[in-house]
Design a binder for this molecule. Sequence first.
Ligand code: XMP
Length: 513
Amino acid sequence: MSHQLVIVLDFGGQYNQLIARRVRECGVYCEVKSYATPLSKLKAMAPIGFIFTGGPNSVYGEGAPQVDPELFRLGIPVLGICYGCQLMAHMLGGRVVPAQSDTAREYGKTKTYYDTSCKLFCGLLEEGMSWMSHGDYMEQVPEGFVLAAHTDACPNAAIADEDRGFYGVQYHPEVNHSENGVAMIHNFLYRVCGAAGDWGMGDYKKTAIRQIREKVGAGRVLLALSGGVDSSVCAALLAEAIGDQLTCVFVDHGLMRKNEGDEVEAAFAKWTMNFVRVDAEIRFLLKLAGHSEPEHKRKIIGEEFIRVFEEEAKKIGRVDFLAQGTIYPDVIESGAGDAAVIKSHHNVGGLPDYVDFKEIIEPLRLLFKDEVRQLGRELGLPEYLVSRQPFPGPGLAIRVIGDLTKEKLDILREADAVYREELAAAGLSQSIDQYFAVLTNTRSVGVMGDGRTYDYTLALRAVTSSDFMTADWARIPYNVLDKISTRIVNEVPGINRIVYDITSKPPATIEWE
Ligand code: XMP
């Protein structure tokens, strides 16, 4: 079945995939295409609308990207965002100039007033914050256009030519900071382009499976499965597409939470792919013995992981493709440059050098985290895997502070399981973004029954965060903390004191190591 299509025409802005994601969120299929795609190709795709993205250029700058002017004569609606808006205004006879004063240049959250009689803003509140980021200014709008939104500094925050279905906004409706941004995009799609909402994650799944089959042919694919959301969904998608041409290697380093290894294995039982679970607990513990410095521990685990994976890959022999569960935020972050290394995050990014293969496939590359979860549900993965919180690659090794022993790991596993169970029972597991227990390296004196104890202090960590770059400590009600504390000291031998971590990030980090 073919779907209605919206083309997001890319002028090099930062948020292009976010625009695409907003369109998908509205139930409309879309593709991002370069502004340089020939018009004949774009026309042949028969889109119901175009969205021009922002971009770093100025319309009057040398070599500024343009579109074929014929595009405006196709009778297809256009929504221009930021540079896209200025370009449309410029090409249709308006005048765009560099903002003369700082007041006309706008960056950041800006109060915006909308004309709700315009189709774009129909049904929205008359004012709200929008996220501006533009240095140029539309001095004169093109013929046929009217002003449809303004800010205190800028009379033309949005322009509209309703007859032709052309709209332009100076701000970024796709970012979260823009209130009503998604509603506005929804209006463009449904009220202007006549979208029917004929697309969903089920369709994405089918398309992705078809593309994987075309690409892989009769080839063999290898995937390092960590049990996290991304690699699990990637594994399930590939398993559905190519069955036993896929081999998943699940390195069980013994640093997972209670029952987690078995849960991961069980989740994949229904597929015919080759599932290799490597029990490497002893190996990892031996390597880690005597090391207490967090960065050393991370490094040892990262290297050992690669060694184990490499050995397994050799047993399998030549593979044609190495699959990775890279998702869109990873793609952006890996281009982020040289920010200071706070912690050397371990994931499978370093593998390609060590394994003999022809090509990498990354079937989730254009998806955002919540879309990956949705796709996982479509594929029938269990909820405990799909809605799993972030879990660090080095696992519990960085949640047992200082040197590691199996005994300490077991104590932590039990305590962490009680903590998670109680937060779920209190209905808090959805509102807190990440929570876990930490076995501190501190022992203290306690009294149990009539006897003295000298046991470990357990720290409870729970944070709310949207991107895990910053985080606030979660305000868990005292009665819930009380229940957790009572249960853990009673049920988990080796722990006689519980503390709750009330630091945000920054200055602390989420994990303790
Ligand atoms: P921090 O402790 O740096 O953690 O505030 C931010 C987020 O990243 C997770 N984290 C890791 N994830 N490999 C990962 O894949 C790692 O080595 C790692 N270290 C921390 C952490 O759980 C939190 O969600």
